[in-house]
Structure formats: structure tokens, C-alpha cells
Write a protein that binds this ligand. Sequence first.
Ligand code: TXA
Ligand code: MG
Length: 331
Amino acid sequence: MKVLTLDDAVKADLQEMFKTPVVIPTETVYGLSARIDCEYALDKIFEIKGRPKDNPLIVHISSYKMLYDIIDEPIPPLYQKLMDKFWPGPFTLLFKVKSNILKQVRGNNLDTVAIRMPYDSKLRLLIERLSVPLAAPSANTSGKPSPTTLQHVIDDLGNKVEYYIDGGVCSVGLESTLFAIIDKKPVLLRPGIVTREQIEEVIELPVFLKTKVNEKEIVLCPGQKYKHYSPSIPVILFRSNIWKDEMLKLSKDYKDKKLGVMCFSNNEINFTAHRIYDLGTNLKEYASRVFAGLRSLDLDCDIIFIQGVDSKDEGLAIMDRLEKASSRIID
Ligand code: TXA
Ligand code: MG
């Protein structure tokens, strides 16, 4: 296993390095990446993560030229407005894909591809030097919380990966927003730090939410079918306004357990917790710390209680992840 900084990686022999999957830092979460033209490395990603085969990988580009090489349609005007505003950044769009692109990155009956241009200019330089886009899912073992530090990735993947590129702590901390036009409607498939409200402001249209699937429906975003973001211990999410009282009440059922609590700063918890994990003072800080908190409390607690937030602005993305991570929700 070799750990490099992004500065060193950019200067390394990239053709050699990218023969197998490489861990890369992005502004959202760490990714496990492979060239989109290398079937062997793409297949390895699925194997290393234990990822279901029908869950396609997001493609990361460094230029519009790379976009035109992959997509099989003119850029829809609504997309262009959003790209002007949110690229480079934590914002992914679904496009019609060319027929020569490998199946590992194709969704929806193989005719779409999810593409984003990551924020960090050094990562974009690396992709530019490699001169081929990188497919990269989050670099966690499937089902676990996404990794926001290199150590999280090493904890999950260890020696299964040869090259790890360290970029420090991910600034956003939640995966990118996934947006598409489906049947002429603007649809949010995965909320993120680019919010529904911000998208609506740019396109001046209401955005439909499609972040859950029920059994009879066609699955637009395969990731929605699978269990996600879960530590090995139970997580109880408190959505109620009187969450402190509710936590106090429920804490009595777990007297003999090591209770981990995740909440905003400066909250006086009126029961004894084994450990409190501070989620900061605002929604952006909360978003950037939440996965790290779940992983941290998983190490020495028996159960996690977590303070919910309102499902609007960045809170929509936070609650989307927490509802999937939780074994129980208290309203
Ligand atoms: O921020 C991110 O997007 C991170 C970093 C590494 O860039 N990547 C990430 O990838 O979160 P992953 O694989 O963990 O999540 C990608 C999601 C999955 O739910 C997948 O089903 C969906 O995007 N997806 C990928 N390609 C798709 C497609 N063509 N159609 C519909 N959904 C797609
Ligand atoms: Mg993921």
C-alpha cells in the first residue's frame, strides 16, 4: 500500500498507477477510481467495495471536451444553466451516453451516464494529465458510511488497494447532488450540498424529489435500492422538536449500554452519555461531520442517538442519509 499527496500523485507515472483502482480525494467524499476505458479496473472497483453489479459508477471529468466525448446528446439548456452555476463542484447530472462507453458506468437500461466535474483543481489536473475520465464511487465498503478522511478508507479497504491519494478532510462531507431531467421533468435523485432550493432558483422551475423507490417502480437511481451509510451498531434518529426530552426518555432503556450522542454544539444533554460527537453550529458543518461521527462512535459505543434537522436546504441531504442509516426513527 502506498500513500501519496495529490501534489506527488499529479507528477507520478499515472499510466502505471491507474492500472488498478486508486483512492482519490474529492470535495464530497473519497472515491475509489478507475479509468472509464479500463474494464479490468472498473470490475475491480465492484469487487473491492462488494458493490452490486447493477449500481453504475459516477464519471469524473476535467473538461467539457471529456463531456462531449462521452455524451450522445446536445447539452440540454437547463443543464447548461446548472453547469454554469455549479461546475466544478459537488453536482452530478445524468446524460444520454454514447454506445462505446463501458457498461460499468451506464444506468437506466444502459443508456445514461452520471457525470460531474470535481471542485479541486489539483484533482482536475490529475484527470487532465491522465487524459481519460475517472469513474469513482465513494471509497467505502458498500453499506458503510461514506469516507471523509483517508483513514476511513484505509479502515475499510486496507491492502485491497495499492495507491491511496491523501487530500485531507473532505470539505463537503456528503456525496454530490444527483440531478436529471426525466420525462421532461427536473428531478432530484440524490440531494446534496447543492440544494433543491438553489437548483430551483437557477432553473426557475419546481424540482421533483425522487430519492426513494417503491417496489413497483422503475428504478431511476440504482443506489436507492440498497442499504446505506450504516455503522455496525444501531442508530436512532430523533426528528422531533423535543428531541432532548425524547432522548432522555429512551436513554433509560439503554442504561447498561455505551450510548453515543451526535448533536449540534452547545447542547446540554440531561442524561449520561458514553461519548458526545459535536456536529458544529450550522447545517454545512453538520453535513461535513456526520459520516465521520457515525464512524467514530461505532468504534467504542453500543448505540447512537442523533439529533435530526428540518428536511430543507442542506437539511434535506442530511436527513436523506440519516433516514437510510437509522434502524429506528423517533418523530
Ligand atoms: O460525490 C460523489 O458523487 C462521490 C464522489 C466520489 O464523487 N461519488 C459517489 O458515488 O457518491 P456512489 O457510487 O457512491 O454513488 C453514485 C450514485 C449511486 O446511487 C448510483 O446508483 C447513481 O449515483 N448513479 C450512477 N450512475 C447512474 C446512472 N447512469 N443513472 C442513475 N443513477 C446513477
Ligand atoms: Mg456510495
